[in-house]
Design a protein around this ligand. Sequence first.
Ligand SMILES: Cc1cc2nc3c(=O)[nH]c(=O)nc-3n(C[C@H](O)[C@H](O)[C@H](O)COP(=O)(O)O)c2cc1C
Length: 353
Amino acid sequence: MANAAIHCAGAPLLAKALAMSKLNELMARGTELLGSDYAILCGAMSWVSERHLVSAISNAGGFGVIACGAMTPELLDAEIAATRTLTKRGFGVNLITMHPQLFDLIAVCTSHGVGHVVLAGGLPPKGSLEAIKASGAKVICFTPTLALGKKLVRSGVDALVIEGMEAGGHIGPVSTSVLAQEILPELAGEVPIFVAGGIGRGEAIAGYLEMGASGVQLGTRFVCATESIAHPAFKKAFIRASARDAIASVQIDPRLPVIPVRALKNAGTEAFTAKQREVANLLDAGTVDMPAAQLEIEHYWAGALRRAVIDGDVENGSLMAGQSVGMVTGEESVAEIIASLARQAEAALQTRG
Ligand SMILES: Cc1cc2nc3c(=O)[nH]c(=O)nc-3n(C[C@H](O)[C@H](O)[C@H](O)COP(=O)(O)O)c2cc1C
């Protein structure tokens, strides 16, 4: 009788322990690849993912990634060195494939012995995968389709990120849930795959892990971390916003290409629509030629993310944010965010038995 009572009292604890070990098991390939406690990457966010946030993420057991963005090799060199002073744990560097000095940036990563390089923004140029792998670093690439994913696996990438259109920043046209269903069953057996876009809670993490993902990548959820240097006004805009405020930019004229970006709507997004209309009218009137018109659209948002993140201009700057912004309800430390994601994932796994 006494034993039965002890047994019953211990049952919830046992179930919780099993759920924790299940989470570890599901994340094992991801944590092994990253060398972190949780297979939770904080996706690189230009201006936001600098030394403070990156080190805080890695110190809390996740995996931080420096956003190189348009940095020069000298600036990247300084950022990596400064991040190293703040964490003993591993972190990655995200490089944009069309950066004119991509190979110099890879050399900077090599000189610091960076363990993981994430290539974003398109197909890796010839020789770039080889240059990264020659340094001993792991290379992680984004794939927007199954076909490209297969090609990248054949080229020797160590892991893939699949990112749906719910994400903040530059996006593709397909949702996270569809990409996960198309790509995980085919490629999860080949390389670890991290799912990104629209993840705000641990239940979703558990779901993607159960579908075969080795981990996840979140961006929006970490913007308002206490350790994030984003301007208070930028954080306030996130905390106030709901999912439907994070909208994808719209192209209004087929002659003037717009790369879709998901961001919170503000005066800047409205002015962008007006600008496209104005430039299209000038084209019709023959006042500007096509290259000049396209350049004007392309350059419209230049410097706009910095204006919002660093200067706090939330009216005219770019408030890149994903649809999970509605689940950002306050400022919390990175450790609290990661702990609650893990708790939610474990609870979901426990409920599902
Ligand atoms: C403010 C902001 C800036 C971003 N900048 C970059 C970037 O410079 N490079 C990149 O590869 N992804 C960038 N992203 C995408 C994130 O790395 C991450 O993949 C994405 O936020 C995940 O989706 P989520 O926002 O739904 O969590 C950015 C996202 C946000 C919200």
